[in-house]
Design a protein around this ligand. Structure first.
Ligand code: TRP
Length: 446
């Protein structure tokens, strides 16, 4: 079975070297695994929570999309899309909001940090807190649960949010699943051995410390940034200590063991810092040069990027649209056109019995057979009129069932002709179990 990996990238900034080593590069490597099915998206609804500058939002979406593609993400294999192109996400957010405990969200770190800051400053605890910030974890839960992701790789600051997605998904399953797992409960993945890069000053590379190395600036910008890396004051010829040099740490994140050993020996042997910086610059320029060219080519063709992302959204919606339909049904938002007719007549436990639901659509009249839990057992072929469909439902309850196993499903026949089909099953055993359940559901009851 393939593992579905899903992660979002908030579109408020320009990716730097730290993002590349810590998130982008490992995610792209993971997406190439034939056992995995990757969903990577631009979390631009999340970006609106933190940023009210439309120009910056737009620029960042474009830059991040171009960065991931330039770094080698295969948009045909992975599903790469913008959150804001999936209207099912905000719709699911509302369904989840209605089952999310306020007390759970009160405990979210980002919200609590704002409250603590306000209290310390003697302000109203909720000063400056929007409902967007408060509900941030619910939107993120919708991102994850919409696609039934198994694994969610994130930074440590996001662990709590993935746990909340589990809590919320579990609650929804409990309330509306009728014993069925509507949502897969996601697991957080923290990549332990992925590099957290130091920035120019040795602290973690981060936009908030203003110590970043640009990912796709010009070669000159890269060189200038490397020149600003802080080193100790040992003179040329004096032995350097690689293990206490963040310049060496940066070098390690992009080099082979042999390169590292050679560079270490040179530093211990007294290589001047200026030379060392030149070595690091060359290493980075070599690693990033081709991707940088692809990046600049992509950035100048925003219409092509738009097409790629819209194709990704269409792919994602092929999953999201029917699944949201199922979820709407599960909470009771159902079409009035479906008429409920209790399958078996004249018994006490009518409410618990399987039921036929007939409905009309473009091709004609169909019915579904739902079990007591609301799960679909059968979907009929289209009949010319409601009467023909009704006769078939009567005969299915009265006559001996004629079931035919197919590769992933089974059909029900009347007079040798298939009149209804089961859903698809992953295994033969599941299919056989469903055939048994159907027999029981339609067995005459006393
Ligand atoms: N909140 C995440 C961050 O800031 C981004 C994000 C949004 C996300 N939705 C997600 C990550 C869903 C993983 C899964 O990093």
């Amino acid at each position: 079975m393939t593992t579905r990996i899903l992660t979002g990238i908030t579109t408020t900034g320009t990716p730097h070297l730290g993002n590349y080593a810590g998130a982008i590069r490992p995610a792209i490597v993971a997406s190439r695994d034939p056992q995995s099915d990757s969903f990577y998206f631009l979390a631009d609804y999340h970006a609106l929570i933190k940023c009210d500058d439309p120009a910056r939002i737009q620029r960042s979406r474009l830059e991040i999309a171009a960065t991931w593609l330039a770094c080698g993400l295969d948009a045909d294999k992975a599903t790469f899309y913008r959150q804001s192109d999936i209207p099912e996400i905000p719709e699911l957010t509302w369904l989840l909001t209605c089952v999310s405990a306020k007390g759970l969200l009160n405990r979210a770190h980002a919200y609590k940090a704002s409250v603590d800051k306000n209290v310390e400053a003697g302000e109203d605890p909720d000063a400056g807190v929007t409902m967007g910030l408060y509900s941030y974890p619910v939107l993120m839960a919708a991102d994850i649960l919409m696609f039934n992701a198994h694994k969610v790789p994130v930074g440590r600051d996001q662990i709590q949010h993935v746990e909340m997605a589990r809590d919320i998904g579990q609650r929804f399953n409990h309330l509306f699943g009728n014993g069925k797992e509507l949502f897969t409960l996601p697991e957080v993945v923290i990549e332990e051995d992925v590099a957290t890069l130091p920035g120019l000053d040795g602290r973690k590379m981060s936009k908030s410390y203003d110590n970043t190395i640009p990912l796709f600036g010009s070669a000159k910008q890269l060189k200038d940034a490397v020149a600003r890396i802080v080193t100790d004051s040992r003179a040329p010829g004096e032995p350097k200590d690689p293990d206490n040099s963040h310049l060496f740490t940066l070098y390690q994140a992009f080099s082979t063991h042999e390169q590292q050993a050679a560079f270490r020996a040179e530093l211990v042997g007294g290589l001047a810092w200026g030379e060392a910086k030149q070595r690091l610059f060359e290493l980075l320029d070599n690693e990033l040069g081709e991707a940088r060219e692809r990046y600049h080519a992509l950035i100048t063709r925003p219409a092509d990027l738009e097409d790629i992302l819209l194709a990704g959204a269409a792919k994602a919606r092929r999953i999201a649209t029917p699944f949201l339909g199922e979820l709407r049904e599960s909470v009771g938002l159902r079409s009035f056109r479906e008429q409920v007719q209790v399958a078996t007549e004249g018994k006490k436990k009518a409410a618990k019995a399987a039921r036929f639901v007939s409905f009309r659509e473009d091709e004609g009249f169909r019915f579904r057979l739902l079990d007591a839990a609301g799960e679909q057992l059968l979907l009929s072929i289209a009949f010319a009129d409601g009467k023909a469909a009704g006769q078939v439902t009567k005969r299915l309850q009265a006559e001996e069932l004629d079931l035919h196993a197919e590769p992933n499903a089974f059909s029900v026949r009347l007079d040798g002709q298939a009149v209804a089909y089961s859903p698809e099953f992953a295994t033969d055993a599941e299919r056989d179990a469903a055939m048994q359940r159907l027999r029981e559901a339609l067995a005459p009851q006393e």
